[in-house]
Design a binder for this molecule. Structure first.
Ligand code: ZN
Length: 188
């Protein structure tokens, strides 16, 4: 893993310790000397994800992590939140005992967690995962969030919704990444 502070590719291990289902290593960057921790998991073999085009691919925790991390970029979330979400989902997947899981199921699991955590991260993740192609669909999602929010008691730590400018920016980003056909949007 690259140093999370300066991005340098090499580090030395200061301490390593076995935890439940993996190894926790304390590392020090060889360049900036910052310290950080990595967890190496002993991954049970044979969990596959089925992609939209029906191709199968071995489950990759890093991919999951990258997707969530992107959505949570620069959001004021407690450190370790992203890793915790990925860990929870991974654990749930393995505990399900299934050998093949559609990517849509994993995407929904991420959405569900982000929805309760941070609306902007949720919308960002949705805009990539659901492949929004225009601002209308995005607006619908935001409106659904807002009305769901209005129906229940406001949580104390929820962050504000997106401004119009941010929506437009997201829609623009969605457009660049969009593929010809987008999936229908399901709002709960
Ligand atoms: Zn460094």
């Amino acid at each position: 893993m690259n140093c999370p502070y300066c991005g340098y590719h090499d580090s030395r291990v200061i301490d390593s310790r076995e935890i439940n289902d993996g190894i926790r290593r304390r590392r020090q960057c060889l360049k900036c000397e910052s310290r950080f921790t990595t967890y190496e998991r002993l991954q049970p073999a044979g969990l596959f994800v089925i992609k939209k085009d029906q191709r199968r691919e071995e489950f990759n925790r890093d991919k999951l992590l990258t997707g969530i991390r992107k959505a949570c970029e620069k959001r004021p979330l407690p450190s370790g939140t992203v890793d915790k979400i990925a860990e929870d989902i991974e654990a749930e997947l393995y505990q399900s005992g299934k050998l093949e899981i559609p990517t849509s199921v994993i995407g929904d699991m991420v959405m569900e967690r982000l929805k309760n955590l941070d609306h902007i991260a949720y919308i960002r993740f949705a805009s990539v995962y659901r492949e929004f192609t225009d601002i209308t669909t995005l607006k619908e999602l935001v409106d659904a969030l807002a009305s769901a929010e209005a129906r229940r008691t406001p949580p104390t730590n929820q962050l504000p919704l997106l401004s119009t400018e941010e929506l437009e920016e997201l829609a623009g980003r969605g457009r660049q990444k969009s593929r010809p056909k987008s999936e229908p949007l399901h709002l709960s």
